[in-house]
Design a protein around this ligand. Sequence first.
Ligand code: BGC
Length: 867
Amino acid sequence: MKLTDLTTESQFDPIGLDEPNPRFCWKICSERSNVMQDSYRIVVKTDGGAVWDSGTVPDGRSIFVPYAGSPLAPFTRYEWRVTATDCTGETASASASFETGRMDTPWRAKWIAADGPLDDDAVTPTYLFFKRVPVRKAPVRARIFVTALGCYALSVGGVRVGEDYFTPGYTDYLRHVPYQTYDVTGLIRQGENELRCELAGGWYTGRLGLSIKGNRYGKKRALLLELRLDYADGTTETICSDQSFRYTADGPRRFAGFFDGETYDATREDESLWTFRPARLLRGRKPAITAELGCRTIRHARIEPLETRPVEDGIIFDFGRNFAGFVRISVDAPKDAEISVLHAEILGNDGDLYTENLRTAKARLCYVSKGGLQTYEPLFTYMGFRYAKLQGVTQEQVKAVCAFELYANTPLTGTFSCDNERINQLQRNIVTTQKANFIDIPTDCPQRDERIGWTGDLAMYSATANFNMAAGRFLRKWLCDLRSEQERALGNVPYIVPLGGVKWMRIMPSPIWGDACAIVPWDAFMASGDIRFLEESYGSIKKWLRYMSVITALLHPPFSKKRFLYRGFSWGDWVAPGTTMKEQIKRAEWLSAEYMAHSAKLLADIADILGREAEAEEHRALEARIKKSFCDTYLDEGGHIRGGFQSAYAAALRYDILPKAAAAVAADDLEQDVIARDYHLSTGFPGTLHLPFALLDSGRNDTAFRLLLQDTCPSWLYPIRCGATSIWERWDALREDGSVNEDPVGKSNMVSFSHYAYGAVGQFLYERIGGITANQAGYRKFTVRPHIGGGIWRAQVALETPFGRISSVWSLQDDGTFSLEIQAPPNTQATVCMPSGEEHEIGSGRYTFTSRIDETAVLDRNHIRRT
Ligand code: BGC
């Protein structure tokens, strides 16, 4: 037995931790089966000795065990050691560390800015702030604590600090901004050290969707920084940002923005030409500086172009798939040559970049050559693209071009594959699209002038997101901003988080989108096992439901049976094929009640888990009243949903809105609708995630699989047939003839090729085909129930859970033999349900089960007979 993966607040050996009671997790590794932890003991020490000894705790808990010792001191490194004993008496130990951050230590540093009343990103280049720090002896420890209004990139002695992009990240800046901690011990030298910090506008002063204007949060970019040097003799020195810092606006980066790209004039790299001024102190209100949550954006895969093609006005590089990141170019070009890089997700029918769907985003890099061989890559922007066009250089002058994928520093946790290559491509597209949109916040798209945190998109997608990545920390940060926006909105959950400073939007509800406040924390809790998601979100869900209850009450006369039905603005069945925006909005009448009932159910479940039984009862009563309101209004005498449509049926079934008889009718109606459309879906965002579940779980196995495997439009595999490498915003983003669907939605061009909402089908692949579902938070208890159908003969799922790796690999032989291999980690239990109906209860270990599926009818109905 071994203990592995020791984390503190879900991080390995973190520094800069401000949590007064950090939580510890570990995993047990054992060759034996049926291993459960019997007890644990945690000892936390610092140089001065032990600060906490939990003693032997007779408990199986191995995730999120909170520190409960004497108060932690700031700026201190702690080591913790856990010893766990399993049910056979075997014992193992392991250690890890964490270092506290400032823990409320007041900042001595001052917010510093450049001269002038306004930083207008359209004309203001990035600033470079400097300070020469004399260091009399090498420190034993050096840390930089830093944040900004804008985005910063820091270096010490010419070496870049950290590998992060766009720090300090995007939060509700009107209220709070997080700071980062960096270990710079290895960079500080005895003698003079140059601290340099480049400051761009980022989300703070840069252009932001929806209004696509700049300066949504403030007029001036600013920087706050403390360098703390600890010496061997126990003394400490702190260097703070203040007026002794100098800055220049003469550096090479003349422009930087998320939508529009960068302009970099390499001829200005010569520092002797720069003029410096003293930094100024920032005036006016400043946001609170908070501990860092979330996952910083870092570079991941390096992507080489698959193909290079000269066109009339440049050279097009094809990187083979649609992702988010940037291009690095190496060129040998004469001084002053102007080189640009344009980006696009697809090529038009003319073979050139298609950029209409970027709307006002220029997504362009402009580079001015300093002469000779040189390499450039941007620092303060990213693009969603597959193709890049280089202009202003000849093929001979281009020495190398590659790209880097950027996304949050979140570990990938899940994999799914099967013997259907198109489904595998669908899975790859889902993951790529998630990566492209996990850039500090969960965005809707990475390419056009939007890239914002639409709540509904994440609500639809979060279950799948948690399969693909350990997204807990990433989502927790965003939820913190959701609550921050909600606090100033009478309980409403705005449909974009952070709101981008657009204050009036705060109180405008969009049900379904707003239900993200319940769905996202619940999904994150189930995947991570972190109860803090529930504790932190309980009040927020309650407020949201109260807000919606008041609004729906105002819409109807007293005692109306429509009491909980929403009529008004909502994005509704957003981008449902073949509908106008007006029709999509109208569909919110059905969908918002269904989602509201579901949120009330989640709230009741959460109240139960948090031990608030009386409140749980109230919430269940609310859930029942919403469902009744829905049924009384919409069910006709035959039990059909009046005015029903696929999304309404699917959500009703999945969220258990209807009485049993009506549910059977709805399942029939849904199936009939799908068949009437020749096995095509017609769902927008809020229905798509439920559709295959609603069919399969109501016994419509054949229809569910036929729909999943459909490859004419609209369907999940139609884009795959068209060569898609990512998930599209609209089912028909590309038409059969290869042209782009430019039909506006409302007044806007809406053809993103990187929008994850329809990728929510990923959950179905993991849970129904692979067969793994969590029954208890963190997969402490789970079910393995693979479903066969659609001619799929083999599938496999692996998932790194908080307890360790779960995997399920199944195959079906010609003779009807079904075999299932399962791996369950220590400290978990699973129920295995074979397609033949047998069930097995298992503990940890590796198992193989076989059974026979010999009913010809079943084989035929599921198209699983090989021909
Ligand atoms: C976004 C969507 C979002 C929608 C609102 C679009 O502009 O890209 O993903 O949910 O607006 O309905």
